[in-house]
Design a protein around this ligand. Structure first.
Ligand code: SF4
Length: 289
């Protein structure tokens, strides 16, 4: 893998120079950004992140659709959610694994979590310990709070749908949990474009949300050699980034992801596309150049 000393300057430059404002409309973060009230932002962010799988141009219209059905204040909508009266608001929702009842279950579970803890932040903090090495143990408990709700008004047989469980993957299953780490990045990081709403959690404890773009970029510059996208890969990449910036290791995530997503990197040697790329000195596609 590429040494930390060689990675430092190219990655710092990428982070510093990346025009994130120009990419915000292509990112799921634009949905929670619509809401000024932190309580609305939390709820909208959790739903938007949960549905942020597949191509952004495919999931974004459905996130927009779902949030519009929840009105101007998603937090208020969730608190007042009545499955008997409100579940059919989501009729017609159809995005890959998810169906209307998954959204209704999300609202009912979020309502119960909010009534018990007061906010999503307080729910997360209830499972958080300063001695944990990262957010993993707290995330397991946070997901458990949503998975353990009695959702029989939505799922009469007592077993949650696959689509609902897909919104809340358990870290202990070993997957990368990209969407949950994305949600945490939005909530915890203090620098734009993230919101810095959960001040009790140090950004140092975050893990990078590894999607296909971050995976490709991380392999290209030698942050990982792992072949499969797992929790371990997220930990490995973050540990390397933590050596570059111990207090804010996932600050590179947005730029890494969008560089690949935008087509500014094709994950192969392309003289025209690669010419202006500052990562070229550490890129494996140019290592023999
Ligand atoms: S040099 Fe080319 S392949 Fe390598 S990271 Fe940059 S754009 Fe991607």
């Amino acid at each position: 893998m590429t040494s930390v000393a060689r990675l430092r300057a190219p990655l710092e430059r990428l982070y510093r120079d990346f025009d994130w404002t120009g990419r915000i409309e292509k990112d799921a973060i634009r949905f929670p950004l619509r809401y000024a009230d932190p309580a609305d932002r939390e709820v909208a962010a959790l739903l938007a992140a949960g549905l942020a799988y597949g191509r952004v141009d495919l999931f974004a219209p459905w996130v927009d659709w779902a949030l519009r059905r929840m009105g101007e204040a998603p937090h208020r909508f969730v608190l007042g959610f009545d499955p008997a009266k409100d579940a059919d608001r989501f009729d017609g929702f159809r995005y890959r694994f998810n169906r209307p009842r998954d959204l209704a279950a999300f609202c009912l579970a979020a309502q119960r979590v909010l009534l018990r803890y007061g906010s999503l932040r307080q729910c997360f903090l209830a499972g958080y310990s300063e001695t944990d090495p990262d957010v993993g143990p707290a995330l397991e408990r946070f997901v458990g709070a949503f998975r353990s709700q009695d959702l029989r008004p939505i799922f009469p047989r007592g077993r949650a749908s696959r689509g609902y469980r897909h919104l809340f993957p358990l870290p202990s299953r070993g997957g990368p949990c990209k969407r949950l780490h994305l949600f945490l990045r939005w909530m915890v990081r203090r620098e734009p474009p993230d919101f810095g709403l959960w001040r009790e959690i140090p950004p140092a404890k975050l893990l990078i949300p590894v999607d296909t773009h971050v995976e490709n970029m991380s392999r290209a510059v030698g942050l990982t050699r792992r072949r499969s996208r797992t929790w371990r890969m997220a930990v490995e990449i973050t540990e390397r980034l933590r050596r570059l910036d111990p207090s804010d290791p996932v600050k590179y995530d947005f730029a890494l992801c969008h560089k690949r997503m935008s087509g500014d990197c094709r994950d192969r040697r392309d003289p025209a596309v690669c010419a202006p790329c500052g990562l070229r000195p550490v890129c494996r596609h140019w290592s023999r150049a």
